[in-house]
Design a protein around this ligand. Structure first.
Ligand code: ATP
Ligand code: MG
Length: 429
């Protein structure tokens, strides 16, 4: 196939074999968020470029090199959203739904776009589920976000495979004081820093803490610690969060080097990481961004949120063999009809059954095919039962009812009794 007729590198089709697991994951998260009182918001996937520059920060990996930016036909610069928070803040401001201190607990789901080097767990179109909470400034809400993700890991059966890393970045002022101290320390040791860190030292010095270079890491051992520069308010907030996590029995480690790649964070930052996915180990990340709404033109409005990467979590469920068995079966009953008259009857009969059992997953064979080939399809569908409707059955107004998974002999069921019979033998979700 010519390259222009293939999918764009790093942008994947999610095939029918994979969608049941995606829907299971998404459904599990959606139900959990509903139960915690979070409401879904849906934003466009394209926004003005300026929105992301202003919120994420000009000197960040995302804005500097990862955005899909293009000119609209009327000359506006637009960008495919690289993350959800900026658009969510834009939306709540535009609709005034956080005004007057109104609390909003929101969640979103959808594709995000970043021009990164595609590899396992890292794509150019990927999907996130995220939460954003506005107008609550206490550590209790930071704790709630963490507690609900912890519950999610429990429901998915992956708790043992994830670890919570926590840090506090303090207020903007505390961070500015720390930044000065860090720059002074690192500037005196410039020749020992890797090239990337030398550049970051000028543009976004805190990101040096994030370095993968062993030489730079060695220099950082004696560097000033952000924790020593925390303002009192942030320190108390952080202690409050830790106390709540302790009370909830959620294990965590403090990672003083956790700074996150976006500029808008303050106070709490956290990441859920795993060692089951190789280099792409962060499955969920977030933090507090109390200054962001104001920075985007709103009234001062505290905010906190997280986003999880669906691809990475789906990969994890597969790697840990946590794919629920029932996902393999998408069909309960497979109806095979033979001959034109029987096919007509099958359509009417299946619709009658659906009227009575709206949750039954009933698949009806389409078109011709020998008895043998239809049976093969019935078996391959994973269905528990096949229904057989040929000329003989038609004449007697019955169907052959054949268990496909070794649960007894084939029997004959009258059309009128079929729905009731199926209700007794198919467990409906
Ligand atoms: P990383 O350090 O892995 O690049 P990040 O800090 O850039 O992650 P965030 O912006 O915090 O990521 O996004 C939240 C989550 O979205 C990540 O923890 C990850 O699970 C997922 N994610 C981010 N970028 C990608 C990507 N390119 N492909 C797949 N998932 C991604
Ligand atoms: Mg990244």
């Amino acid at each position: 196939m010519s390259k222009s007729l293939q999918a764009i590198r790093g942008m994947n089709d999610i095939l029918p074999e994979q969608t049941p697991l995606w829907r299971y994951f998404e459904g599990t998260v959606a139900r959990l968020l509903d139960n915690y009182g979070y409401r879904q918001i849906r934003m466009p996937i394209v926004e003005f470029t300026e929105l992301f520059k202003r919120s994420i920060g000009e000197v960040t990996d995302i804005v500097e090199k990862e955005m899909y930016t293009f000119d609209d036909r009327n000359g506006d610069s637009l960008t495919l959203r690289p993350e959800g928070t900026a658009a969510c803040v834009r939306a709540v401001l535009e609709h005034g739904i956080t005004g007057g201190g109104q609390v909003q607990k929101l969640w979103y789901i959808g594709p995000m776009f970043r021009h990164e080097r595609p590899q396992k767990g890292r794509y150019r179109q990927f999907h996130q589920i995220g939460c954003e909470v506005f107008n609550l400034d206490g550590p209790d809400i930071d704790a709630e976000l963490i507690v609900l993700t912890w519950r999610l890991w429990g429901e998915l059966g992956i708790r043992d495979a994830v670890k919570l890393e926590l840090n506090s970045l303090g207020t903007a002022e505390a961070r500015a004081r720390y930044r000065d101290a860090l720059v002074e320390f690192l500037s005196a040791r410039l020749e020992h820093l890797d090239e990337d860190s030398q550049r970051r030292l000028k543009t976004n010095p805190l990101r040096v803490l994030d370095t993968k270079s062993p030489d730079t890491q060695a220099v950082l051992v004696d560097a000033p610690k952000l924790a020593d520069y925390l303002d009192e308010e942030s320190r108390v907030h952080f202690e409050g969060l830790k106390a709540r996590l302790d009370a909830a029995g959620i294990p965590y480690v403090i990672n003083p080097k956790l700074v996150r790649g976006l500029d808008y964070y303050s106070k709490t930052v956290f990441e859920w990481v795993t060692d089951k996915l190789g280099a792409q180990g962060t499955v969920c990340a977030g933090g507090r961004y109390d200054g962001l709404v104001e920075q985007m033109g709103g009234k001062p409005t505290p905010g906190v949120g997280f986003a999880m990467g669906i691809e990475r979590l789906v990969l994890m469920l597969e790697a840990l063999d946590k794919v629920p068995e029932e996902l393999a079966r998408q069909v309960d009953v497979y109806l095979c009809a033979f001959g034109e008259a029987a096919e007509l009857a099958a359509l009417a009969l299946s619709e009658r059954v659906r009227d009575q059992l709206p949750n039954l997953r009933l698949q009806i064979n389409a078109g011709a095919g020998s008895f043998k080939s239809q049976f093969k399809k019935a078996d391959k569908s994973g269905a528990l039962y096949a229904l057989i409707l040929g000329d003989d059955e038609l004449a007697q107004q019955v169907v052959g009812f054949k268990p496909l998974r070794g649960q007894g002999e084939q029997q004959s069921i009258a059309w009128d009794a079929l729905a009731a019979h199926l209700a007794t033998c198919v467990v409906q979700g």
